[in-house]
Write a protein that binds this ligand. Structure first.
Ligand code: OAD
Length: 255
């Protein structure tokens, strides 16, 4: 590790020790080391050959579901099973440990995630705000009734409720609104944020991409953890270059 990175890690550690309420925003990069592919580049080589030709950005839309619900639900079910088989990595575990420490010191800690894979919760994080829903919950397309999911794949695609109504994953598709309660919860904690950590997200999809501005308005120290530079790298106070599973345990403990 270079001297610069060591200094940045030390700065980040001090900010976390002293800095009031902590808000963490994660994106798909935090699950990359659990072998779940990210959205934009990276990880495609790990995808099964069957799905290699499909771009998530074309399947994750209401239009795609309407045009071919069998194809879209089969793809999401394949992703659901992949997430179920995946294990939380040292990055997820470090964030769960950080939450315990911060809350133990009487400060507020909130984890906002764009991920739908449920790995933060399985690592022990609590009160996670799921901005883009969860692939582990499915619902009737018209009634919103929750569906009971099989442990393995569905028997046939598209799957339905007993009454024949189609079901879909409770994830936010491109063009859909985010869950109102999640957006409100994020807005509220960002207003009193002392330290803001952005981890494994390219910061191009709103509203999450704008959280950095809310955090800066609140006067927070802002920290980014990402192996590559992103849309917000130029404005954060501390840039930690590297994989979440390597960098996070180094300065938040746990892992
Ligand atoms: P992206 O695929 O846009 O970005 C993933 C980020 O993770 C990139 O900046 C990578 O450099 C970084 N990365 C890769 N490996 C990493 C590692 N080991 N540790 C840390 N970072 C790593 O994914 P998101 O930013 O999550 O929305 O995308 C945001 C939203 O766009 C997703 O939630 C999804 C997508 O459209 C919906 O589905 C509504």
């Amino acid at each position: 590790m270079g001297v610069d990175q060591q200094q940045s890690i030390e700065k980040a550690r001090l900010a976390l020790e002293n800095g009031g309420n902590v808000v963490v925003l994660t994106g798909s990069g935090v699950s990359a080391e659990s072998n779940i592919p990210t959205f934009r580049g990276g990880g495609a080589e790990t995808m099964a050959a069957l799905w290699a030709d499909f771009d998530p950005r074309t399947l994750a839309t209401p239009e795609a579901f309407e045009a071919d619900p069998g194809l879209v639900t089969r793809w999401y079910d394949w992703r659901r099973l992949m997430c179920l088989r995946a294990e939380p990595n040292p990055g997820h575990l470090a964030l769960a440990a950080l939450q315990k420490r911060v809350e133990g010191a009487g400060r507020r800690f909130t984890l906002l995630t764009q991920n739908v894979d449920g790995l933060h919760q399985r690592a022990g994080s609590t009160g996670v705000v799921e901005l883009h829903g969860s692939i582990m919950r499915w619902r009737g397309v018209r009634s919103g009734a929750p569906a009971v999911l099989p442990e393995g794949p569905f028997d046939s695609y598209p799957p339905t409720l007993d009454n024949g109504e189609l079901i879909r994953p409770s994830v936010v598709w491109f063009g859909e609104a985010l869950p109102g309660d999640a957006v409100r919860a994020a807005g509220e904690v960002l207003r009193s944020c002392g330290v803001f950590l952005s981890i494994g997200t390219s910061s191009v999809v709103y509203p999450a991409a704008g959280f950095i501005d809310d955090a800066r308005r609140a006067g927070a120290v802002t920290i980014e953890v990402n192996p590559e530079s992103t849309a917000i790298s130029g404005v954060v106070d501390i840039c930690l270059r590297g994989a979440a599973g390597g960098v996070l345990p180094a300065f938040v403990g746990g892992g």
